[in-house]
Design a protein around this ligand. Structure first.
Ligand code: NAD
Length: 351
């Protein structure tokens, strides 16, 4: 069946992979990428598919209700996949307000616009909200987040995402809006903006700069290759149960310090440097306030109900990611010039 799918945040890291998945897998769908192109949005991420007849781009800011309503009236989408967000925890600590505006108000603006155009016919309609495992707070050394875990966000970022999740559920319960939610663990892969751990370390190793590791490096995250996430979103968007949420994770926990050492090992090998060259750049820095010790996802619901599981192992995914950054150094240079340098100096060099 022909469908019009509007994807928000499609110029960002995960959004660009979701857009590519939909444009290439469903040539009979019309895919509209709505993005404000903030510092994190980059249309270079979609160069390979931008000329496809079933793809179009609209520059719009989700914090602007009038602009969003007008885009929805013009395109009349059947499905929304909502990824646009302020996504970086450290930036949320420096400036929480931007996170409330985009992640909370922006989400409510989209829900209002969907409700307005779908009011007469909800058949075949779906609002898919893409969220994070960080809404569940922190785990101790054991246990996993399930779909029933109580929300307990700690950072302004996770508080804003938790709030947006609640609004999405409230529009389902109050107005009958057809929704699904996904809460995913940490992603990595091509197009990842180099303020996040893995691409930041790749960039710094290439430039012989220190690799900043928070606290004692024992923080534990569950890592998933971004294309596996995009495939999970495709599955939940099409087959998830109305009103339900699904946890997505890689069953792949790493302490930050071990992950960085593995990354260093692979980088030294790929760059033909002596083993240990990259690891000598590791530098422990002052901890992030409110830092959650451990996140780990129980992804058995999406596995048993929908048959999803990650296809890419961490070793393969990390190798693919490093190869992508090594062959796209122009992309890296481009996104790390200007504002990025200013952010980086503030964050790590006390400027
Ligand atoms: P990103 O920061 O790389 O991309 C965000 C995109 O949203 C950018 O293209 C940006 O231009 C756009 N955007 C930001 N503010 C906007 C606004 N006001 N109006 C319109 N567009 C705007 O983020 P990401 O890492 O790709 O994350 C995408 C989504 O997935 C987010 O909702 C995030 O919370 C969620 N998520 C991310 C991860 C992860 O590991 N990165 C894990 C789980 C969930």
């Amino acid at each position: 069946m022909n469908k019009k799918i509007l994807i928000t945040g499609g110029a960002g890291f995960i959004g660009s992979h979701v857009v590519r998945e939909f444009v290439t897998k469903y040539p009979h769908y019309q895919v509209i990428n709505l993005d404000a192109l903030t510092y994190a949005g980059n249309l270079e991420n979609l160069k390979d598919i931008e000329d496809r007849p079933n793809y179009s781009f609209v520059k719009a800011d989700i914090t602007d209700q009038a602009a969003i309503t007008s885009v929805f009236e013009q395109y009349q989408p059947d499905g929304i996949i909502h990824l646009a967000a302020e996504s970086h925890v450290d930036r949320s600590i420096a400036d929480p307000s931007a996170f409330v505006l985009t992640n909370v108000i922006g989400t409510v603006n989209l829900l209002n616009a969907a409700r307005a155009i779908w009011k007469d016919n909800l058949e075949g309609k779906r609002f898919h909200h893409v969220s994070t495992d960080e809404v569940f707070g922190a785990l101790g050394e054991s246990g996993f987040f399930t779909e029933d875990t109580k929300y307990d966000p700690h950072s302004p970022y996770s508080a804003s995402k938790a709030s947006s999740d609640h609004f999405v559920r409230a529009y389902h319960d109050t107005y009958g809006l057809p929704i699904v939610l996904t809460n995913c663990s940490n992603n990595y892969g091509p197009n990842h903006f180099p303020e996040k751990l893995i691409p930041l370390c790749i960039h710094n190793i290439l430039n012989n700069k220190p690799l900043p590791v928070y606290g004692d490096g024992k923080y534990t995250r569950d890592w998933l290759f971004v294309i596996d996430h995009a495939k999970a979103i495709d599955l939940v968007f099409h087959e998830g149960k109305n009103g339900d949420s699904y946890n997505i994770g890689g069953f792949n926990e790493w302490q930050n310090i071990d992950l960085i050492k593995e990354l260093c090992r692979q980088m030294d090998a790929k760059l033909g440097r002596e083993d240990g060259t990259a690891a000598s750049l590791i530098t422990f820095v002052k901890d992030r306030p409110g830092h959650d010790l451990r996140y780990a996802i129980d992804a058995s619901k999406i596995n048993t109900e929908l048959g999803w599981r990650p296809l890419v192992t961490f070793e393969e995914g990390l190798s693919l990611t490093i190869d992508w950054f090594l062959s796209n150094q122009e992309w890296l240079d481009h996104v790390t010039s200007g504002d990025y340098q200013h952010y980086y100096d503030n964050q790590y060099n006390g400027a």
